[in-house]
Design a protein around this ligand. Sequence first.
Ligand SMILES: Cc1ncc(COP(=O)(O)O)c(C=O)c1O
Length: 380
Amino acid sequence: MKDFAFTGGRPDPFTFPTEALIEASAKALRDLGGSLVNYPGDNGYRGLRELASMRFERREGVPLPVDNISLTSGSMQALDLVLSTFIEPGDTILTEELTYSGTLGIMRHLKANIVGIPMDYVDGMNVDALDARLKELKAQGIRPKLIYTTANHQNPTAAILTLERRERLLELANTYDTLIVEDDCYGDIDFVPNPTPDALFKLDDSNRVIFIATFSKILGAGVRQGYFVARQPYYDAIHENRWDGGTSALASAIVAEFFKNQLDEHLAVTNAAVGAKCRAVTETLEKNVADLCSWTQPRGGLFLWITLPETTDMEKLVELAGKHNAGFSEGRVFHYRSDPIKCIRLAYAYCHVDNIPEGITYLCEAIRAAQVESIDIAAD
Ligand SMILES: Cc1ncc(COP(=O)(O)O)c(C=O)c1O
């Protein structure tokens, strides 16, 4: 049976640059040679830090400070290091009420008090609601340790925080004396030429923002190359919490070698492929469930968020879609309190583009058949 995997935030496997990476690997190994007997050190292979800096400059017009970048095993390790440096059990963290399940997992593991801030699916976190929540917390004598946000192409909704909201978020972080962790996991996956608003890290002039990014979503999660960027004293504070000997210099050097002359070209090819898949998904949804559901219209990133009718039997939906291997992620895993919301997330980059209409049609049929009322009517 075909596998229609709309689960997991993976990039397009069909544009994965295997041959170019084989060449980059040979070059990297020759260049590094015996230096690979050394540990990479806490901050990691300089060539990839320079590349990360240039990557930011390409989009934001200013480079990242190379000596403030630290390479990690995917951005998951960066999140783990950053959050565990600042969070003690019982500390308060604010975040969009829907956010990446992996980050929620770390926050829960650290026994943080997670406060979800209402958001809309287009413009991101509602900063008025954030302001109100911060006021309430202050009145209770609580100073949140940090605000976690995915400002670009948010996981799971594809929302993009507007410039105005970014500026307000920074002001609030200042007023209430808290840090911002900006997770830029999807920042370079854009299907339209107009740029996303400036990064919080770029806009920040009072050392409030720690920036996190990854090569997982523009190359592959299997390479495990991510990073955080923090100014002092945070950079050293995070490293005091690090014991792993550093991130594979070999893997870092291969990624740096591959991207150094072809970042633009690679992004053009992969973003075109992923954008076509996103359109194939929305067109099929439009044909089949426009009367039942609403969904976001991503201009980038890897995810589309579908709001289902309240009459959807979620268990039945999982079961029916599963019969055709049409996989998706249930909305509740992204909710800060795991509320059983009637929403699902589709990750559209992994499935072959030719299989998308068939897979999404199965999913749409399952959505229709999982309506409690329609089941009742059928049973009468
Ligand atoms: C918002 C966000 N941050 C971080 C990650 C972790 O990715 P990685 O560790 O592969 O860089 C993910 C993965 O899906 C994600 O969606």
